[in-house]
Each structure stands twice: as C-alpha cells, then as structure tokens.
Write a protein that binds this ligand. Structure first.
Ligand code: SF4
Ligand code: SF4
Length: 224
C-alpha cells in the first residue's frame, strides 16, 4: 500500500483559505487504510475547515466527497461535475492521485492534503513500515524476501557492510541490519548459495516511469 500522512491542519488551512467553494475529496483505497484520507478523515477535515472559516469570519462552502481510487481515471471522471462546481479541490490522496486530478481537471486548483510517505505494510494499528522503493528490478528472489534497497540505509546489494553491532545497523542503530536478516532468511530457506555468488549488477535504467502492458491494451481502456 501507499502510506500517507495527513498534512498539519495549519498548512491545509493556509493552502485552502483563498477558495470559497472548496471540495474535500477522499480516496477509499490506500488513503483510507492509512487513516489519512478516507471518508471519515474527509468529514473531519471538512468540519475543521468550516470551523476555522467561521472563527475568522470567512465566507465559503466546504463540500465533501470520496471516490474509490483517485489514481484511476475511471473513478476520477465520475466526480467531474462536483469538481466543476468548486473553486478548488483538497485531495486527500497520494501524490499520484493529486497529479491525476490535476491532469484531468487542468483548469482547477488541486491541493494536496496529505504527504505521501512510502510503499509499506501495516505493522500494527497506526504503525507502517517501508518495504519497497519501486526500483523496477526486484531482487527479492535472491535476498530471502528482504529488500536491501529499502531496508539497508546504504542500499547495498553486496552487504553486509561490516559495521553492524549486535545485529543492529550501524546507521539506523535501532533497526536490525538488513543484510544480517537476509543471511538468516537465506539460511532458513537453504538458499545461502546466493550470498556466495557475485552481486548481480542492478539495472537501474529499467526503472519504469510509465508501465505499458500490451496484453491489456485494446480492452476498451484506450480512451484513457
Ligand atoms: S528490490 Fe526493488 S522492487 Fe523489489 S522490493 Fe526492493 S525496491 Fe521494491
Ligand atoms: S549495518 Fe547492515 S543494514 Fe546497516 S548499512 Fe551496514 S549492511 Fe546496511
């Protein structure tokens, strides 16, 4: 999932105060799971903006809506009329969602209500940890399912660096050394031979800015 964090209210207030008719738009996927931009957070932020406006004697209407995914034109286009009827949109989606709105509704001001933090997993309620940096050339198959690009602060592909102490990383001292974890995982899986091989040079060039799946093209989505 994309992990999001809502911006400080002061920043949201500052960026939205110039727009009389403001649409607060949530996203029911990662933003909702992050407790940053689902229906409930839309209601909370919209209400806080209304109160702030009332207190400062400012006019304006704050509208609310939430769609299934702000990163997909199929859903974004469903709210075209609501966007058209507002002066600006405060999007509570990730950076991808905000940018798709800005592309689809290029005559509208689209404001980001959240900070996009990482690609991660839920550890516990309110705790997420980064697991992937979307490098485009996944090597988890030879690292025991542990990503050194993300979890080793030096991004070493041929670790360990030798600086770990008592299993902890020398850079992030409260975290386990990713390469020590890789060693233990490979040992457990009887795959230690991968560590004996020369580190494969990673092809950073193939990081895809745009992914095209030819097998899905022509399925009625070409008009996107
Ligand atoms: S190797 Fe690349 S794609 Fe695979 S988990 Fe790590 S950053 Fe993500
Ligand atoms: S101690 Fe381990 S995780 Fe930390 S930088 Fe060195 S190899 Fe990477």
């Amino acid at each position: 999932m994309v992990v999001l964090e809502q911006k400080r209210f002061e920043e949201i207030e500052e960026m939205t105060k110039g727009y009389n008719r403001l649409l607060v738009l949530g996203c029911e996927t990662c933003a909702a799971i992050s407790f940053a931009g689902g229906q409930r957070q839309v209601a909370e932020i919209a209400s806080a903006i209304r109160i702030a406006r009332k207190r400062s004697g400012r006019e304006g209407e704050v509208l609310e809506d939430t769609i299934a995914r702000q990163c997909d034109p199929e859903f974004v286009d469903l709210i075209a009329d609501r966007v058209a009827g507002s002066d600006a949109v405060l999007s509570l989606a990730c950076g991808a969602g905000v940018q798709l709105l800005a592309e689809r509704f290029s005559d509208k001001v689209i404001l980001p209500g959240c900070n996009t933090m990482s690609l991660g997993v839920t550890e516990a309620l309110g705790v997420w940890s980064e697991k992937c940096m979307a490098c485009g050339d996944c090597i988890l198959w030879r690292t025991g399912g542990i990503c050194p690009v993300t979890r080793c602060p030096k991004g070493l592909l041929n670790g360990p660096c030798g600086g770990a102490s008592e299993g902890k990383c020398e850079v992030l001292k409260d975290q386990p050394c990713a390469w020590q974890e890789i060693y233990h995982a490979l040992k457990r899986l009887n795959m230690l031979h991968y560590l004996k091989q020369k580190a494969q040079v990673k092809d950073w060039r193939i990081h895809p800015g745009r992914v095209v799946r030819e097998d899905l093209r022509g399925g009625g989505r070409d008009d996107f």
